[in-house]
Design a binder for this molecule. Sequence first.
Ligand SMILES: [Cu+2]
Length: 348
Amino acid sequence: MLRSRALLGAIALTLISSPATFAEEPDSTHADPRHAAHEHAAPRGSDHAPIGVMGDHRHAQGEVMLSYRFMRMDMNGNRDGSSRRSATDVRRDFPVAPVDMDMEMHMFGGMWAPTDRVTLMAMVPFVRLDMKHITRTGRRFVTRSKGLGDIRLSALIGLYDDETHHVHLNAGLSLPTGTTTAKDDTPAGRQRLPYPMQIGSGTWDLLPGITYSGRREAWSWGSQVRATIRTDRNRHGYRRGHDWGVTGWLARDFGSWLSGSLRLDYADTQNFSGDDDEFMPAVVPTADPNRRAGRVLSGLLGLNVVVPKGPLAGHRLGLEVGIPLVQHLDGPQLERDWTATLGWQYAF
Ligand SMILES: [Cu+2]
């Protein structure tokens, strides 16, 4: 833990103290062109990325933004590699097969910009998971877990801004605030639930990324590369897999207050390292640290709305719905079916 903190400190210092790599601000009366545009033109829906993208934009100095997102993911049926596996297939190798999982998250966010170049962001998730299973004897049971997830703190640090293009670094840290000891009743009694039913990672995780966005007339677009790097094993002796992903979007304004978007997202998650020795991976595939990896390419459709006038002027609503186009899982593992994110944002 100490080693991880020292490492994080060193990275943070490097980021803050290397001005040579950052575009110099022209002068103090001339803020970043992105924000200058915001001050003089009415806000547009497409000023922000599709709502499923985090840390896509910065704010002008002194600005605060509050946000709330509701996210849902449905996972139904198993997959091994890129082929589907029925529950009967899975139960040839395991006494218990997972058949369906629903994930819901309420995510509360805050952003604040101490300077035009740097925006700080905090995200606090509350997660609810439930998983349905079937045993070899045909008995069905459901396990549930819920609670505070891993809180994320980030700094978004401007690297380049001009009239059209914007680039910033995402330097984030995930805190081990989510539980790793969620329990529920199973046919074998009350037990610690397997890996995907645990809310937190139990580790301090680095969240590096880089975000690009651009706009020309009614069109806007952007891309973000992101990763989760686990710095250590948790107290049970495992760490979740590192992951990385890349996303790209294209949005078009329909009038000043509505925009629609298309997005592609690729996510690559590795297997876990180590294991929690309370789990028996021969019983159910979700207890196997080597059946967690996967690569998923998703396509997403989104809408962003900004209220143009009236008492709610400036409030934003976003909706984004996605389906996997290609997925390859180290299975058997529950496959992804669809995701949806509905969000609200307000800056002042
Ligand atoms: Cu914001």
